[in-house]
Write a protein that binds this ligand. Structure first.
Ligand SMILES: [Zn+2]
Length: 167
């Protein structure tokens, strides 16, 4: 693991601890108590608006930023939940709230859906991400920054802390 003082830019492999909460303080995701997250900067692995805030930071820096819904998971479309029969889904797939899938809508276009929950033989789905309409607060600590290897850039993701992990 390199410990140079590289600042985050496109092509950096970055290790961060982060906590994501909604505006109202509901915790969505956190690396607290587990390994930091490793990601390749500038490869659409994080929300572009979040990457813009991370650009230029170095290891040891902290960031506390709140993204508006349009920079996060989008505004709510207002279409609301739909109830689909369980038989519309492959029986072997376990349907978990928050699961995303793509299906062809009535207008013939592919549309993203999220599973809200299941009840009896019905599955409730929504075309909005469960966090659409929410402002997202990210509290981030930059743990390490290094240049990506050519292979990592080509793949669009990091290969472990040292860049040589097999996968
Ligand atoms: Zn790879």
């Amino acid at each position: 693991m390199t410990t140079d003082a590289q600042s985050i830019r496109d092509g950096s492999v970055v290790q961060i601890h982060f906590k994501l909460t909604t505006d109202s303080g509901q915790e969505i995701e956190s690396t607290e108590g587990s390994e930091p997250m490793l990601y390749l900067h500038g490869a659409n692995n994080l929300m572009p608006a979040l990457e813009a805030h991370l650009t230029g930071l170095t290891a040891g820096k902290n960031l506390d930023v709140t993204l508006a819904p349009e920079d996060g998971f989008g505004e709510r479309s207002g279409d609301g939940p739909q109830a689909w029969p369980r038989t519309a889904f492959p029986a072997e797939i376990e349907l978990v709230p928050g699961m995303q899938f793509t299906a062809t809508a009535e207008n013939g276009a592919d549309e993203d859906y999220w599973v809200l929950g299941t009840e009896d033989e019905m599955v409730y789905v929504d075309t909005d991400h469960p966090l659409a309409g929410e402002s997202l607060r990210f509290v981030i600590e930059v743990i390490s920054v290094r240049a990506a290897t050519e292979e990592e850039v080509a793949h669009g993701h990091p290969h472990g802390l040292d860049g040589h992990a097999a996968h």
